[in-house]
Design a protein around this ligand. Sequence first.
Ligand SMILES: [Zn+2]
Length: 273
Amino acid sequence: MLSWFRKRTDSEVTLDTALWREATAPWLFMRGVSDADNERLRGLCGQFIARKHFSGTHDLEVTDRMQVEIAAQACILVLELGFEWYEGWSDVIVYPSQFAPEREEMDEDGVVHLTNDPMAGEAWLGGPVILSYEDVAMTGDEKARVAGYNVVIHEFAHKLDMRNGDPNGFPPLHPGMSPRDWKRFLGYAYDDFCRKVDDAELRFDDDDGDALAALPIDAYAAVSAGEFFAVTSEAFFETPELLEPSYPDLYEQLRLFYRQDPLARLSARRPGR
Ligand SMILES: [Zn+2]
């Protein structure tokens, strides 16, 4: 197999320019990314691929291209934060499609149930990131794409959130950011969104789910504050034009955290980019 990678050092590989552009061009989050930022992202991906260990399950071969696809989507989150945000763990495990691990879960009454819900991805505290490749590929496929859905960004947002413990929607903030504002604005947006999801679910029988489909982000965000942070991170990068008008204060907090402004990139973008 022709390799995309030229090993530069033990800590970085260089990715072929033409193939890099081909692999990353279809993604919504690449819209308006400048040439200089594109180069920096490519460099970060080179570090990611050199330092993380990819493995496939069920005989899946994680090809060079698949590694680039996963690394690029993961690295857009840390473009302005630095690779060190992904240090302390090493494995990326790729399933061909969704997986259904058997788990014991305790309900509100303390009763333990065995569950095996299908999952598109999972991030472990101090451990691997696990992804369904079918879902990873969906993001890059214009026909299959659900706007804003990005399992890689989702799981790696959990990884950032886990820099200070269990994922609770409160990652370590930068100096100068106000934890009070973060809590307040994410809290307002989360409460408002949960109400909208409840309303949409109540109307489900009458409108065939139209109200749910019209929500600015995936209804899954209502599950917990941790999921809300991961899903709004997907929307921040993939569909900022939907997220910002709905929750401008939340968008601003994410802009301060990620140190990027994907909406401004969209407005500044040249035709055809
Ligand atoms: Zn999640």
